[in-house]
Design a binder for this molecule. Structure first.
Ligand code: FES
Length: 141
């Protein structure tokens, strides 16, 4: 792993809830791991499974998907679509030989900065325990 043993984690955050919650975590000076690289999407329903798979092909060790709580999506059903895709990605992970713990889906609202801080820290530790993305060696060596 790089950067003092920190995993490389990509976080896809819906702009209306999770991104705002992450922003609040920053302005509240909560401890956020440096392992997270955030990509803001308009809705968690916009997170195409190909985006996620491409992260692993580009050497990410883990991916976080975050959106508004069920019933609170600004586009009504986007987070339900995200949940279906998340389940589908688990099946694809099995085929690729990736551990399912390398991906996670959370609902984080704009006011839940402490939850954002908690899940990013916990997920970073979880991915750290798993070690580097195994596809990295297969693809890049
Ligand atoms: S707008 Fe946040 S999940 Fe759809």
């Amino acid at each position: 792993m790089n950067n003092n043993d920190m995993p490389k984690i990509i976080g896809f955050l819906c702009t209306w809830c999770s991104y705002t919650g992450a922003d609040l975590a920053g302005t509240s000076r909560l401890r956020i791991p440096s392992s997270i690289r955030v990509i803001r999407t308009m809705c968690s329903g916009r997170i195409d499974p190909l985006f996620v798979l491409k992260c692993y092909l580009k050497e990410a060790d883990g991916v976080m998907m975050m959106g508004c709580h069920p019933g609170n999506c600004h586009y009504q059903k986007g987070n339900y679509n995200a949940r279906r895709r998340y389940v589908m990605l688990h099946n694809i992970f099995k085929t690729l030989g990736l551990e399912k713990d390398r991906i996670g889906l959370w609902w984080v609202s704009a006011s839940e900065a402490p939850i954002y801080a908690k899940v990013t820290n916990e997920f970073t530790q979880q991915v750290k325990r798993l070690g580097p993305n195994p596809l990295r060696e297969e693809i890049f060596i």
